[in-house]
Design a protein. Structure first.
Length: 698
């Protein structure tokens, strides 16, 4: 077997050039190997949990929090200052940047990953496909030629036929990707994909591939050492995706035979060896309904979903990365690897999954993770954690293991249902819908199944019981803060009347700022890469009036309209509601000088609660007047109209890039664009005015 020249320098200190849960993950394995661990952080993240998890920590010197983690110079400087002999990039940020790998080598620092040449060759989809074809790996029909002209691309699209996919050649994650179902739409979709690819990767080159409907996204984990040995660790099914982004992954893939697994694994190993690959990597395939697989791309780094492979193989992939980087050979051959049981991972993200996957940010006021020895939870949550609008929306990963798929699925459902985050809206409800959906239960998956199934799903809403619990907890908190709100009656009971409103975190933040609060600021094969958003940017909160009667025995009676409930608060985590003991998760914020805000998670619905009278008075629907405001933190990625232009309802006005996704904002009504309040590149926050439209006269 081929042995690579010049062994890597020895190292006893590792710097982790990342943040959040992946920094935690790498630090754990590094410390288990006896390495001195060094964390880095942006100036705004000095108190981040991953900083406390390391032996040492240094601040990255850069102009912004995001720029800090993307600065090659800042990371190399941190290695020099700390004496780190190696750097682990985690995933995201600099993990697939060949310039970073080269800079590490030039500085005498071991880069825990493949060579710059391998990253460059396999990170480019066109080059990777050429290597795969030379290695005899099956590929999709398509075009990745040297002529990128619109005429050449249109001619190739006609040759390939529809449906087909347009893809960015230089990147992944669903950016610069468009599905074409009619050749009449090809040119404008090509232009949109090229523009998005240029914005995301600094490279607008595209390739075309035949689209396979009903296919699954199945990937193979590989490990390769410096001595030419390469093994695969089985497959993961990553077909459950939203907007080209994976949200649930599992190993092994349901219904994949041992023969198919072996064939895909052998193909992945051939490709890795053809590219001279060293380290951990993932080779992604499309698996069609007939059992044929076709190469998609290579991820030259650790994957978010690596934990499910670890769960069924018993191999610590981060430990293997570090041992390979130290120049050690793989401690096992392919025949030594065994697959035991089943594992499923769910990604908990800060986003409103039922409103176009709008990313959410803000302070986490409370968090609770279910305890189950069969469920691993990777997170970086702690007191005062803030979900930044500048980084990925991933908050935590839940990985459940079982003797079979159904055991793992049920354990994951239970763990998610009994865990909660108080603060930014999360996708927990969507994850539970996915895991309980008949198609998922049956393992009947393809890359479009979630899009099809979710069309009839609805966001959870507060029912009368949730409102009763919120009312009781609110009254109790106000009484502790200010004393009884009403006089005692002759029988010793006291009555309080309240008017409350449910609000999301962004509404709460906007309201707090209005009160003077200045605290805080954190690929599939289907569909378009830009999601349309046309709802009101700040939804009118749901309001209700309640009467709460508290007796001497701490029992509370809550009346909301004709509904009446009896509640008894047993502890900070549970209460009895009409005789049934149920869990609650609640947190409060505010001081006597500031309005009280409450965050409640109860029976699957989590939201903020405020005094309805404290909300600012505004029009019932800004959209009705043609006023568009931002619903998220983000950057204006593009403007599609100009002031004075006439638009129709549903026409694209602009797009906002937030947390690695681009969100299209459509006109809520026809009319004339009276004002554009933002420019391309501008940063916006929730409630920022974007566009004002004068509606057409009736």
């Amino acid at each position: 077997m081929k042995r690579f020249a010049s062994p890597p320098p020895a190292f006893d200190a590792l710097l982790v050039a990342n943040r959040g849960e992946i920094a935690h993950r790498v630090l754990r394995s590094a410390r288990a190997l006896g390495l001195r661990t060094i964390a880095v952080h942006a100036s705004g993240e000095r108190d981040a949990p991953h900083v406390a998890a390391a032996d040492e920590a240094l601040e990255l010197r850069a102009d912004s929090d995001l720029a800090a983690y993307l600065s090659i110079e800042a990371v190399i400087d941190a290695c020099r200052r700390s004496g780190a002999g190696a750097v682990h990039p985690g995933y995201g940020f600099l993990s697939e940047n060949p310039a970073f790998a080269r800079a590490c080598a030039a500085a005498g620092i071991v880069f825990v990953g493949p060579s710059a040449e391998a990253i460059e060759a396999l990170g480019d989809k066109a080059q990777a496909k050429a290597i795969a074809q030379r290695a005899g790996v099956p590929c999709l029909p398509g075009y990745a030629g040297d002529d990128p002209s619109p005429a050449a691309m249109a001619a190739e699209a006609e040759r390939i036929g529809v449906p087909l996919m347009i893809k960015a050649a230089a990147g992944g994650g669903g950016r610069g990707m468009r599905r074409v179902d009619s050749l009449a739409d090809f040119e404008w979709l090509r232009e949109a994909a090229a523009k998005e690819a240029q914005s995301a990767f600094g490279d607008g080159r595209l390739l075309l591939e035949r689209c396979v409907d009903g296919a699954r996204h199945v990937e193979i984990q590989i490990l390769a050492d410096r001595f030419g040995h390469c093994v695969h660790l089985g497959e993961r099914d990553c077909s459950t995706q939203r907007r080209h982004q994976k949200i649930i992954e599992e190993a092994p893939a349901p219904g994949v035979s041992a023969q198919t697994r072996a064939a895909m694994g052998e193909a992945a190993v051939r490709l890795a060896q053809a590219a001279g690959y060293v380290g951990a990597g993932t080779v992604e395939f499309l698996l069609d309904p007939d059992g044929d697989f076709r190469f998609l791309e290579v991820n030259t780094r650790l994957q978010v979903e690596h934990r499910v492979t670890e769960a069924v193989t018993g191999v610590d992939l981060v430990e293997m990365q570090l041992r390979i980087a130290r120049g050690e050979p793989l401690p096992f051959a392919q025949a030594d690897l065994r697959f035991d049981g089943h594992a499923i991972e769910a990604r908990l993200c800060a986003e409103d999954a039922f409103a176009g996957f709008v990313p959410r940010s803000g302070a986490i006021h409370g968090w609770r993770v279910a305890h189950d020895d069969a469920v691993l939870v990777d997170h970086a949550l702690g007191a005062g954690t803030y979900v930044s609008p500048h980084f990925d929306s991933l908050i935590a990963k839940f990985v459940a293991r079982g003797g079979n798929r159904e055991d793992a699925r049920l354990r994951l459902v239970s763990a998610l249902a009994h865990s909660s985050i108080l603060g930014p809206t999360t996708n927990r409800a969507l994850l539970l819908e996915c895991l309980r959906a008949p198609r998922f239960v049956a393992g009947d998956l393809d890359v479009g199944w979630l899009e099809d199934a979710a069309s009839c799903w609805r966001a959870p809403a507060p029912d009368s019981r949730w409102q009763a619990v919120a009312s009781a907890l609110w009254v109790q908190a106000v009484m502790r803060r200010h004393g009884p709100l009403a006089n005692w009656s002759s029988n010793g009971a006291r009555r309080s009347r309240v008017s409350l409103a449910v609000v999301g975190v962004d509404v709460g933040e906007a309201h707090a700022r209005a009160q003077g609060d200045t605290e805080g600021s954190e690929g599939s094969e289907r569909g378009e890469g830009t999601h349309r958003l046309a709802k009101s940017p700040v939804e009118e909160p749901m309001r209700w009036n309640a009467e709460v009667e508290a007796a001497h025995d701490d029992a509370l009676t809550v009346r909301i309209g004709a509904h009446e409930s009896t509640l008894q608060i047993e502890s900070a985590e549970s209460m009895r509601i009409d005789g049934h003991r149920l869990p609650v998760h609640v947190a409060f914020e505010g001081t006597p000088a500031r309005p009280l805000r409450m965050w409640l998670d109860h029976c699957g619905f989590a939201a903020g609660v405020v005094d309805a009278a404290s909300l600012p008075v505004r029009r019932a629907s800004a959209d009705a007047g043609g006023e568009l405001r931002a619903r998220m933190h983000g950057r204006i990625a593009s403007l599609a109209v100009a002031e004075g232009e006439r638009v129709r309802a549903g026409q694209a006005l602009l797009s906002i890039e937030a947390m690695k996704m681009e969100h299209r904002i459509d006109a809520p009504t026809g009319g004339r664009v009276a004002a554009i309040a933002v420019s391309v590149g501008a940063q916006v926050s929730p409630a920022t005015l974007l566009v004002r439209i004068e509606p057409e006269a009736a």
